[in-house]
Design a protein around this ligand. Sequence first.
Ligand SMILES: [Zn+2]
Length: 73
Amino acid sequence: MATKKFPCPECNTPLEWSTDNVNRPFCSERCKLLDLGSWANESYQIPAEISAEEDDYSSSMVPLENWKSPTIH
Ligand SMILES: [Zn+2]
């Protein structure tokens, strides 16, 4: 049985693909947490961008609400 080797996505350390490695595809729990941390940082930026768009949206919705208001009709 040939052992498959692969680089750790976080630190590129060559690893053996083993079912004993609970931190797959990372070499260690540290690299796993580092990668999860970078993912958490990325996803943390997304709501900030959305809220900025929502803010723009709601400000453009104000004139629309005025148009639908019965006082204008
Ligand atoms: Zn690693």
